[in-house]
Design a protein around this ligand. Structure first.
Ligand code: CO
Length: 134
């Protein structure tokens, strides 16, 4: 069902410092910070030849990554995103398999303008999984 790895998201406390690590230390192409108020994050996109890294910093009061950062003082890997062809059929299949779809179960438009859903880490080896229709 899942296809390519679309991105790995890393939550950070200091977005400028994180962008500098990827740009200056690791020599990657790094975007300017982009505010995503609908998602409660500011994002820097790191373009790699085969996938992307998204550096996320909380934006606003109710950011979904605030609690994660409270528990992870150095920041850390927040989720992985896999591509699917049809998000509704993927969702239905995952539910059949007993996976927990987070939120109201309806796809939201993600950081790349495509529909996304999140799946509970308890069903996927302790890792929050995002699926994105491409
Ligand atoms: Co993501």
């Amino acid at each position: 069902m899942i296809g390519r790895l679309n991105h790995v998201a890393i939550a950070v406390h200091d977005l400028e410092a994180a962008a500098s690590v990827y740009r200056d230390t690791l020599g990657a192409d790094v975007s300017d910070p982009i505010d995503m108020p609908d998602h409660g994050v500011t994002t820097v996109f790191v373009e790699l030849p085969n996938t992307k890294i998204e550096l996320l910093r909380p934006l606003g009061e109710a950011s979904p990554i605030a609690k994660f950062l409270e528990r992870n003082k150095s920041g850390g890997m927040h989720h992985v995103c896999y591509e699917v062809e049809d998000i509704l059929s993927a969702r239905d299949k995952l539910k059949e398999e007993g996976a927990t779809v987070l939120g109201d179960g309806e796809p939201k438009i993600g950081a790349h303008g495509k529909p996304v859903l999140f799946l509970s880490p308890k069903d996927f080896c302790g890792t929050l999984v995002e699926i994105e229709q491409v």
